[in-house]
Design a protein around this ligand. Structure first.
Ligand SMILES: NC(=O)c1ccc[n+]([C@@H]2O[C@H](COP(=O)([O-])OP(=O)(O)OC[C@H]3O[C@@H](n4cnc5c(N)ncnc54)[C@H](OP(=O)(O)O)[C@@H]3O)[C@@H](O)[C@H]2O)c1
Length: 325
């Protein structure tokens, strides 16, 4: 690491630490008007990455607030254990589904099983996400974090929207990250198959920036029926993902990181409040408020349009579904 990089890292963490940790959560909570418990009575929720971290916190909060939850994860034992932490009556309202969302084939099977049910989804939490420091290519020939963090979200959400599987006035929440602030929108660097040019944090950032663009696309394409799509980020929360992907950061910040429930708060609040979606201004929700989507000048000029991103993702999906026909 050279001096310029070191200065950039110090500036990034110096700027964001007070805001993204518990310090920011407690400070901002003082100004929240509504501290009532959420009420999701009678709703059907679909949460991906539901057996740990923020997804588990969301699953627990949603059933505790009256929703039925379809909980998706890759590891069945961990998912069963996360559900078993709930009191029996609440646990009975969770339907576990297993899918490896780093694979298109598995995500397609998940989508097919959801389409086959008669359930209408009130809330989709596109929460699954990974920061992979090691470059990994899946059995389908794709960089693993690209599929997990964006391609599978696109496949699942677009498929459910096309099939009319959402209830009236449904909400979709894309769980992004402050990592998106480091990069501009581009589709060209999303599926990086060259290990020599791979940096896990940068790959993660590109996918997280693309999530924001997809929110805009879905709001424009599917706004009939009252659908609202939001992008949020949780700040920095104490989850297994952060511990394994960012061990040094974990050591330095662990004591002041948010709890998973605090990290999930805005994603839940958006579903309860359904704030107006802005057509003029791109925003990311954090601590119950819309926030700017750029902090640094170098990310302000997108390297592709939203339409080009969507076109790229659609073409990617054809590559694997086509090869299995
Ligand atoms: N925690 C933070 O501070 C933070 C900050 C910014 C953004 N975020 C975002 O918030 C979301 C949740 O993060 P987290 O920290 O709670 O993560 P986490 O602790 O690592 O939990 C990730 C969840 O995703 C599931 N998952 C991972 N790979 C999967 C795959 N291939 N297929 C299906 N499920 C898979 C995991 O289930 P298995 O164990 O079964 O794989 C687990 O339920 C992510 O999108 C992350 O980028 C988190």
């Amino acid at each position: 690491m050279n001096l310029t990089q070191l200065i950039k890292i110090i500036a990034f963490y110096g700027r964001l630490t007070p805001s993204y940790t518990q310090i920011g959560f407690y400070a901002r909570r003082l100004s929240w008007h509504s501290k009532k418990p959420f009420n999701f009575d009678g709703q059907c929720w679909l949460i991906t990455g539901a057996n740990a971290g923020l997804g588990k916190a969301m699953m627990h909060a949603a059933v505790s607030s009256g929703a039925d939850v379809i909980a998706v994860a890759r590891n069945a034992e961990k998912l069963d254990a996360a559900i078993a932490e709930l009191p029996t009556q609440r646990a009975d309202r969770v339907t576990p589904l297993i899918a490896d969302m780093s694979l298109q084939i598995d995500t397609q099977k998940l989508l097919d099983s959801l389409i086959a049910t008669d359930k209408s989804i009130d809330v989709l939490q596109n929460n699954v996400g990974v920061l992979l420091n090691e470059h990994t290519v899946t059995s389908e020939g794709r960089e693993k974090s690209f599929v997990t963090n964006i391609l599978s979200h696109f496949l699942l959400t677009e498929g459910l929207l096309e099939q009319g599987k959402f209830a009236k006035s449904a909400v979709i929440v894309n769980m992004s990250s402050g990592g998106m602030y480091n990069v501009p929108l581009t589709y060209k660097l999303l599926n990086n198959l060259d290990p020599a040019k791979y940096n896990g944090k940068v790959a993660y950032g590109f996918a997280k920036r693309a999530q924001l663009a997809l929110s805009q696309y879905w709001n424009e394409q599917y706004c009939e029926n009252g659908l609202r799509v939001y992008t949020t980020h949780p700040g920095w929360a104490r989850t297994p993902g952060v511990k394994s992907s960012l061990p040094l950061f974990w050591k330095l910040q662990n004591l002041i990181l948010r709890t998973p429930a605090q990290g999930a708060d805005t994603a839940l609040w958006l579903c309860a409040e359904r704030p107006e979606v802005s057509r003029d201004e791109e925003v990311i929700w954090f601590d119950r408020k819309p926030r700017p989507t750029h902090l640094f000048a170098h990310t302000r000029t997108p390297r592709c349009t939203v339409a080009e991103l969507v076109d790229f993702l659609k073409k990617e999906l054809l590559l694997v579904s086509g090869s299995h026909e």
